[in-house]
Design a protein around this ligand. Structure first.
Ligand code: SF4
Ligand code: SF4
Length: 86
């Protein structure tokens, strides 16, 4: 199980979540080449420890626990995972 970034992050990429994640599982970070190319950031579901720190700092409330993702954004569970399947 993991936290998931959803639609409100698109076009925001404000990176507060990156700065608080204790296991650095949110990418791309601003210093990674892919940062300029993506619409939003993604959480690696294999590395997330479900601490919730990212969700509490997101200014647009884009981050939810996998079990609590609103119905209209459930596809983002797969979208986050796909970013890490290269
Ligand atoms: S804090 Fe929220 S809006 Fe900012 S990059 Fe993270 S998920 Fe996106
Ligand atoms: S829940 Fe914790 S470990 Fe998972 S992405 Fe957010 S800050 Fe990182």
């Amino acid at each position: 199980m993991a936290y998931v970034i959803t639609e409100p992050c698109k076009g925001t990429k404000s990176t507060e979540c990156v700065n608080v994640c204790p296991v650095n599982c949110i990418h791309p970070t601003p210093d990674e080449p892919d940062f300029e190319n993506v619409e939003m950031l993604y959480i690696n579901p294999d590395e997330c420890i479900e601490c919730g720190a990212c969700a509490s700092v997101c200014p647009v409330n884009a981050i939810f626990h996998e079990n609590d993702v609103p119905e209209q954004w459930k596809n983002y569970i797969e979208i986050n995972a796909q970013y890490y399947q290269g």
